[in-house]
Design a protein around this ligand. Structure first.
Ligand code: C2E
Ligand code: MG
Length: 717
C-alpha cells in the first residue's frame, strides 16, 4: 500500500510539472482536476492511516482511516502539531517519545524514510493506548534538497501488542510464581517446568524433561489418586486434589495440585498443565488443630470427646464379639490443696506427671484420658476377666505412692479409683463412666488411696486376690513354700519307680494352701517363673540327698507350667540347676501340660529335643484334659503319658472314663510310651488298670504326698 501511494504521489508531482505548459488548455485543467479528484478519493478511502506534516511537524492533512485510528475528527488534528493533538506519544518501553526523535521529525531531518517505528499513542481523555507502526517518508519538491513535507502512514498494532503483552505477562508469571508448574504433552511427558517447580521439588529441567508425570508422584499415593487423576482429567478440564510428590533430595511431601487440560483448535488434548503447592506446613497445622480438638493441651492425653468416641466404638465391637471391658475413673486425692498451696504451675506439673505415670502402666490398647481437672479415665477394652482392672487399679495406686518432685517441691499424693464393667455395670458409655465415678466416690469415702468396683462383691473378691498375690510374692523370701513328694509305683511289682514333687504354701494366716489355689495366680502374675525355679532347685537338691543316702529312687518328677516352659531361658535354667546341684539329668523327669506344646513352634521342639538329648525324661501331664494336638505326639521326644485323676476316680463305674483310659493306654503303647495313671485310691482301680496294661500308678493307695523324710519311700523300694 505504501509503495502504491508513492507511485500516486509521483504521478501527482509530474502533473504539477506539466502545469505551465497546460495553463491555457482547458483539457489540461480538466485532466488535472480529474487526477486531483482521483487522488483525493484515493487518499480518503484508503485503509491505511495517512497524515501529512509540514516541516514544523504541523499536521496538514489526514485521511478518514487516520481519524478513526486516532479517534479524533480532523478539525482537531489539522493545523496542530501531531504531538499536541491530545496524545502522549510513548516508546515501546513506556518512556516519553521526544518530538524531535519521532520518526516524522527524523525523516525530515535526515531527508530519508524512517520505517517501522513502534509508537504508543496515549489518549489521556480516554485513558487508552493505541499502538502503531509508523513509516515516515520525506517529500521533496523538484530540484530541492530539503523536504517540504513528510508523509506518515500508521498501522494499528494495538491487538498484536495486547496479546504480546499478555504473553509476556504469562511468561513473567510462569517464571516468578511461587507455585510449582510443569507442563506435559498429551502423552503426559514433561516438556516444561518453571522456577517454582525446581524450588519446591529440587528437580531441574534436565532431571525431568521427557519423563512421565508419574516420575514426580511419591510411592505413598493411594492407587485411587491415579484413578481419580486419570478419570478426572478425562472428564473435566480441571482436576484438583492432594497428591504426594517426590523431592529430589528430601522426603516426599504433600501437594495441592490442579491439573488443567489444554485443548487445541480441533478439541484434542494438546497439553496438561500441573500447578501445585507444598502443603506440608498447612497439613501440620491442620493436624495440630485436629489434635487440639481431641486432646488436652496440658497432658496431651485424649480429651473427653475422644474418650467417649473410643469407648462407643469399642463397645460396638464388644457387643458383637461378646467381650468384657472396663472403665477406671481416677481422681487425685486432695489435688485442690496442692493447687492452692503451691500455685497453678505446680498443679499443672503434677497433672503432667500423673498423666505420665498412668500412661506408663496401661496396655497399648487402653485409652487414657484427662477427663476433667484432676480426673483421669482409663478405658480397658477386651479384658479377660472382671478382676483384671483391679490389678491395674492397684498398680496405679502404688505408682502414685512414690513422691513427685515438681519445681523443687516434694509432693506426696494418692489416687482413688472407681471401676465399672461392661456389660455388668452399664451397656453404654455414659452409664459406664457415671458408675465408675460413683465407685470412685466410694473409694474416697473408704479413706482414699484405694479402688472400688461399682459392684461391692467384686471389690471384696478383687481385693482378696490382690492381697494373696502380694503375699505370694513374699512367700519365697519368707520361706513359706514347702515341697511334698508322692511316690510313683510300677503296677506289676508295686515297687517305687519315681517320686513327684508337689509344692505347698504355708500361708501365714490361712495355713497350708494347696497348689490349685495359688499356681494359677502365680502363672497370671508371672511369679511362677521364680516359684518354678525354686521348686526345681530344691527338688534336685532333695533327690541328690536321697541318692547320697542310698535311697533307690529312679526318677524325680517336677511339674512345669507352660508359662515357665515357654520362656526362652527355660532349658538353660534347667541345665544350670542340674549342674549346680550335681544331679545327673537322667534322674530328672519334667511333667509338662498340653498347653506347653500348643504353639507347636520350632523353638518349642528345639527346647524339648535339647532337654531329651541331655537325658531328661519328658512326661505329658494331665493327658486327656485341655488342648493337645495329637500331631505333636509324633514330633516331640516324650517318654510318658500321665492319665489325669479325673478319669481314674470313677474308672470302674463310668464307661466313658473307662473308654478314655483304655484309649490313652493303647495310644501310649502304640507310640512306645509308658503310661502312668494318677489318682489310684483303691486296689480295684489298681487291678483294673493293670488289666488294661497301664504301666505305672500314683495315688493315695500307695501314699498321699508326704514330706521327704517319710518312711514310705523305704517301704516301697
Ligand atoms: P498334678 O501334677 O496332676 O498333681 C497331682 C495332684 O493330684 C496333686 O495335687 C496330688 O496331691 C493329687 N493326688 C495324688 N494322689 C491322689 C489321689 O489318689 N486322689 C486324688 N483325688 N488326688 C490325688 P496337688 O498337690 O494339690 O497338686 C495339684 C496340681 O498343682 C498338680 O497337679 C500340678 O498341676 C500343680 N502343681 C503342684 N506342684 C507344682 C509345682 O511345683 N509346679 C507347678 N507348675 N505346678 C504344680
Ligand atoms: Mg504332675
Amino acid at each position: 500500500m505504501f509503495e502504491k501511494l508513492k507511485l500516486d504521489f509521483g504521478l501527482l508531482g509530474s502533473l504539477f510539472l506539466m502545469m505551465p505548459q497546460l495553463t491555457n488548455s482547458k483539457l489540461a485543467i480538466n485532466t488535472l482536476r480529474i487526477s486531483e479528484a482521483k487522488y483525493c478519493s484515493l487518499f480518503e478511502n484508503i485503509d491505511q492511516s495517512v497524515i501529512y506534516l509540514d516541516t514544523n511537524g504541523i499536521v496538514m492533512s489526514v485521511n478518514q482511516a487516520a481519524e478513526q485510528l486516532l479517534s479524533l475528527p480532523r478539525d482537531k488534528i489539522i493545523g496542530r502539531k501531531f504531538v499536541d493533538s491530545c496524545f502522549n506519544v510513548i516508546k515501546e518501553d513506556g518512556s516519553v517519545f521526544p518530538e524531535d526523535e519521532q520518526p516524522s521529525m527524523q525523516a525530515l531531518r535526515m531527508g530519508k524514510p524512517v520505517e517501522n517505528v513502534v509508537m504508543g499513542l496515549f489518549n489521556a481523555e480516554r485513558q487508552s493506548y493505541t499502538w502503531v507502526t509508523v513509516h515516515s517518508v520525506p517529500e521533496f519538491r523538484t530540484g530541492e534538497h530539503q523536504p517540504h513535507q513528510v508523509l506518515m502512514t500508521l498501522s494499528d498494532i494495538t491487538r498484536q501488542k495486547q496479546s504480546e503483552g499478555k504473553l509476556n505477562m504469562a511468561s513473567v508469571i510462569f517464571n516468578n510464581i511461587g507455585e510449582g508448574i510443569f507442563i506435559t504433552d498429551k502423552d503426559k511427558k514433561i516438556i516444561s517446568i518453571n522456577q517454582g517447580f525446581t524450588t519446591i521439588t529440587g528437580f531441574t529441567q534436565e532431571d525431568v524433561y521427557g519423563k512421565s508425570a508419574h516420575f514426580l508422584y511419591a510411592k505413598k499415593n493411594k492407587q485411587t489418586i491415579y484413578d481419580e487423576l486419570n478419570n478426572g482429567t478425562k472428564t473435566v478440564n480441571n482436576w484438583q486434589g492432594e497428591v504426594w510428590r517426590r523431592h529430589k533430595m528430601n522426603l516426599d511431601f504433600p501437594s495441592w495440585t490442579t491439573v488443567s487440560k489444554i485443548q487445541n483448535s480441533s478439541d484434542n488434548v494438546a497439553h496438561y498443565v500441573h500447578v501445585f503447592i507444598d502443603i506440608t506446613h498447612f497439613k501440620k497445622t491442620q493436624d495440630h488443630l485436629g489434635f487440639l480438638a481431641y486432646h488436652d493441651p496440658l497432658t496431651k492425653l485424649p480429651n473427653r470427646l475422644l474418650l467417649k468416641d473410643r469407648i462407643d466404638h469399642s463397645l460396638q465391637n464388644a457387643r458383637r464379639e461378646d467381650l468384657q471391658a472396663a472403665v477406671l475413673f481416677l481422681d487425685l486425692d486432695r489435688f485442690k490443696n496442692i493447687n492452692d498451696s503451691y500455685g497453678h504451675a505446680v498443679g499443672d506439673g503434677l497433672l503432667k506427671e500423673a498423666a505420665k505415670r498412668i500412661k506408663n502402666l496401661v496396655r497399648k490398647e487402653d485409652t487414657v484420658s484427662r477427663y476433667a481437672g484432676d480426673e483421669f479415665v482409663v478405658f480397658m477394652e477386651n479384658i479377660p476377666d472382671a478382676k483384671n482392672p483391679a490389678k491395674l487399679a492397684q498398680k496405679l495406686i502404688n505408682t502414685f505412692n512414690a513422691p513427685v518432685y515438681i519445681k523443687g517441691y516434694r509432693l506426696k499424693i494418692s489416687i482413688s479409683v472407681g471401676i465399672s464393667l461392661f456389660p455388668q455395670n452399664g451397656k453404654d458409655t455414659d452409664t459406664l463412666i457415671k458408675n465408675a465415678d460413683t465407685a470412685m466416690y466410694r473409694a474416697k469415702k473408704e479413706g482414699r488411696n484405694n479402688f472400688q468396683y461399682y459392684s461391692l462383691e467384686l471389690t471384696t473378691e478383687a481385693s482378696k486376690k490382690m492381697s494373696t498375690e502380694s503375699a505370694l510374692r513374699q512367700s519365697l523370701e519368707r520361706h513359706e513354700l514347702v515341697l511334698y513328694y508322692q511316690p510313683q509305683v510300677c503296677l506289676k511289682t508295686g515297687k517305687l519307680v519315681g517320686v513327684e514333687s508337689l509344692v505347698r504354701w504355708m500361708h501365714p494366716t490361712q495355713g497350708m494352701m494347696p497348689p490349685k489355689q495359688f499356681i494359677p495366680l502365680a502363672e497370671e502374675s508371672g511369679f511362677i517363673v521364680a516359684l518354678g525355679e525354686w521348686v526345681l532347685q530344691n527338688t534336685c537338691i532333695q533327690m541328690r540327698r536321697w541318692l547320697d543316702e542310698g535311697l533307690n529312687v529312679n526318677k524325680i518328677a517336677v511339674n512345669v507350667s507352660a508359662v515357665q516352659f515357654l520362656r526362652s531361658d527355660f532349658v538353660a535354667t534347667v541345665e544350670r540347676i542340674l549342674h549346680s546341684t550335681g544331679l545327673t539329668p537322667s534322674y530328672l523327669q519334667l511333667e509338662l501340660t498340653g498347653d506347653s506344646f500348643m504353639d507347636n513352634s520350632e523353638q518349642t521342639i528345639k527346647a524339648l529335643s535339647r532337654l531329651a538329648s541331655a537325658g531328661i525324661d519328658l512326661t505329658i501331664d494331665d493327658f486327656g484334659v485341655g488342648c493337645f494336638s495329637f500331631n505333636n505326639l509324633k514330633r516331640i521326644p516324650v517318654k510318658k503319658l500321665k492319665i489325669n485323676s479325673s478319669f481314674i476316680v470313677d474308672v470302674l463305674n463310668n464307661t466313658d472314663n473307662e473308654d478314655i483310659t483304655r484309649a490313652v493306654i493303647a495310644l501310649g503303647h502304640g507310640l512306645h510310651l509308658q503310661v502312668i495313671a494318677m489318682g489310684i485310691e483303691s486296689k480295684a482301680q489298681q487291678n483294673f488298670l493293670m488289666d488294661l496294661g497301664c504301666d505305672q500308678g500314683q495315688g493315695y493307695l500307695y501314699s498321699s504326698p508326704v514330706l521327704p523324710w517319710s518312711s514310705i519311700f523305704q517301704q516301697l523300694i
